[in-house]
Every structure is written in C-alpha cells, then in structure tokens.
Write a protein that binds this ligand. Structure first.
Ligand SMILES: Nc1ncnc2c1ncn2[C@@H]1O[C@H](COP(=O)(O)OP(=O)(O)OP(=O)(O)O)[C@@H](O)[C@H]1O
Ligand SMILES: [Mg+2]
Length: 204
C-alpha cells in the first residue's frame, strides 16, 4: 500500500503522516516514510531554490519541475524495495505536487487547457510510480499561511489560493480522498484512519 498525503504548505501533512505511521506501526505494519524534496543532493538544491523570492515565477517553476522529477526518480528504487518487502509506504507529497505547483496558470483556464498545459509534466513523470491512495488535506489559505514559518516564497496568499484550487480540480479527476484540514489534529487523524481502513482491510 502506497499512500501519499498532499496539500498546500502548512496544511498538516507532516503532522498527520507521523500519526498515520504510528497507527499503521501499532497494527504491525512495517512502514517506509518518504518525503519530497528528498535528502538527496537534488533535493537539497530544490530546498535552496524554494527560498528564492523568484521561486514562484514561471521559469523557476519549470526548473523546479525538472529537478523534482529527477529527485523523485531517485526514490523509485527505495519504493520498489519496500513494496517487495511488503511494507506500507507513506509519502509526504508525490508527483501530484508538481502537477499542482508547477502548473500555476492551469487554474485560470478551462479544464481542457489545464490538462494540455500540464501534459509535459505528466510526460516528465511517466516513469514515476503512482500512489495507490492520495489523501488531500484541504485547508483555507489564510489558515495555512498563519501556520507556515514564512521561509519559502510559495507561502503567499495569491499563489497558494491557485494551488489549493488546482488540488481540488485534481482531486475530482484522480479520485483523491479530500479531508477538511481546518479541523483539529485529532479529528483529521480520525478522518484519515477512516479513509485508510477499508484499503488495508481493517476496522478502526
Ligand atoms: N489541525 C491543525 N490545527 C492546528 N495546527 C496544526 C494542525 N495541523 C498541523 N498544525 C500545525 O501547523 C504547522 C504546519 O503543520 P505541518 O508542518 O504538519 O504542515 P505541512 O503540510 O507538513 O507543511 P509544509 O508543506 O510546509 O511541510 C505546524 O506547526 C503544526 O503543528
Ligand atoms: Mg511538512
């Protein structure tokens, strides 16, 4: 089972992933927790670029899309080995983050245009393994910003509003499980458990 948590910056992914990991471990699952950007040298380069005030501009976005695809590819061996070993995999972001973030014009256009704008991103990520389940933590942008530390230039209202809408579009066409992340940490964890339980054949 490969589960990915997605959502805008500050939506609670890291918080919920730790709770989900503990819950699955308590059930006896061996869990591999992964995150993007990774700690590879490409991942470190990405983190540097994310701090640049120009990171939301179009050329920087395309550069980031290329780097993220490379960084993600490096993870594939780790994911395949974990799957072979029967581990549950929980990922903090996956290729859908690129589709949401590195295609910011998309939300302003029609659905058809939106997909064609993103076609190069799908092509670039075509060797990337898709998760079995994507959980989208959907949070009001103002709340998200109040939870962020302001270190990345993505953390601004106009940009994150676009990304949030893009995620909601992706949720419809890709069968994401959307969870209201405006709730408290425990309620969100309960909602995630309810979503994951049937997938792993467990009752909560
Ligand atoms: N449901 C919640 N209610 C209130 N605060 C929360 C909630 N979930 C997380 N937080 C707090 O909000 C901050 C951001 O949460 P977290 O780091 O889990 O988000 P994230 O989605 O991983 O962010 P990023 O995309 O920047 O990595 C943290 O300080 C965390 O303790
Ligand atoms: Mg995080």
């Amino acid at each position: 089972m490969y589960i990915c948590l997605e959502g805008i910056d500050g939506s609670g992914k890291s918080t919920q992933i730790l709770l989900l990991e503990k819950w699955l471990s308590d059930y006896g699952y061996e869990v591999l927790r992964i995150f993007e950007p990774t700690n590879s040298s490409t991942g470190k380069l990405i983190r540097e670029i994310l701090k640049d005030p120009r990171a939301t501009n179009d050329n920087f976005q395309k550069t980031l899309a290329l780097l993220f695809a490379a960084d993600r590819m490096v993870l594939m061996d780790t994911i395949e080995a974990a799957e072979e070993a029967g581990k549950a995999i929980i990922s903090d972001r996956c290729f859908y983050s690129s589709i949401a973030y590195q295609n910011p014009q998309g939300v302003q256009n029609s659905k058809q245009r939106l997909d064609s704008d993103a076609s190069w991103l799908y092509e670039l990520n075509k060797f990337i393994k898709k998760p079995d389940m994507v959980i989208l933590l959907d949070l009001d942008v103002e709340k998200a910003i109040s939870r962020c530390d302001g270190s990345d230039s993505f953390e601004n209202k106009v940009f994150l509003e676009k990304i949030r809408n893009r995620y909601l579009e992706l949720a419809k066409t890709n069968d994401f499980f959307v969870i209201n992340a405006n709730n408290g940490i425990n309620k969100i964890h309960e909602d995630i458990k309810k979503a994951v339980s049937p997938k792993i054949g467990r009752c909560i």
